[in-house]
Design a protein around this ligand. Structure first.
Ligand code: CDP
Ligand code: MG
Length: 153
């Protein structure tokens, strides 16, 4: 099983759709193993979005992510990284397919509701970035036999 990281961005917090977005992960059968609200610092964002540091719009992205607290989620499931990226949809909300979170809730590239780890390596780094060991919980999740065949994982 894999753990991936999702951030409910200020656009989700301010628009009052945190619960709806979290529900989508729950309905899919993904287990929430960590969840907390925090304010993103400059230091954390420089690391988290280092691939965008040279872009002219890096300043506005950071300001957008710091507009209010965000909620970080650690989500566990089989191939959770790619499954969650599919639920999230592509970066630009105008291009994201209906049925995806970005496709259903936004029309923006920047104000696109959620962040989701883009590879197992990023997911591992992001889990360390946002969660202490004792903030990620290993607990039995009863639907598992109804979600996967026993030879799928
Ligand atoms: O979030 P995702 O992995 O889909 O895209 P990214 O390329 O890693 O960019 C991170 C975030 O920066 C996006 O989710 C947007 O909020 C923002 N961004 C932007 O505002 N304008 C761009 N041209 C590219 C990214
Ligand atoms: Mg990304």
């Amino acid at each position: 099983m894999e753990i991936t990281v999702v951030i409910l961005k200020p656009s989700a917090v301010q628009r009052g759709i945190m619960g709806e977005v979290i529900s989508r992960f729950e309905r899919k059968g993904i287990q929430i193993v960590g969840m907390k609200m925090l304010k993103l610092t400059d230091e954390v964002l420089n690391e988290h979005y280092s691939h965008l540091a040279e872009k002219p719009f890096f300043g506005r992205i950071k300001a957008s992510m710091q507009a209010c607290p965000v909620v970080v989620l650690a989500l566990r499931g089989l191939d959770a990284v790619s499954a969650v990226r599919k639920l999230t949809g592509v970066t630009n909300g105008r291009d994201a397919l209906p049925g995806t979170i970005r496709g259903d809730y936004c029309l923006s590239v920047q104000e696109n509701i959620v962040h989701a780890s883009d590879s197992p390596e990023s997911a591992r780094a992001e889990l360390r970035r946002f969660f202490a060991d004792d903030e990620v919980f290993d607990y039995s999740y009863h639907p598992v036999p109804y979600l996967y065949a026993n030879d799928e994982f």
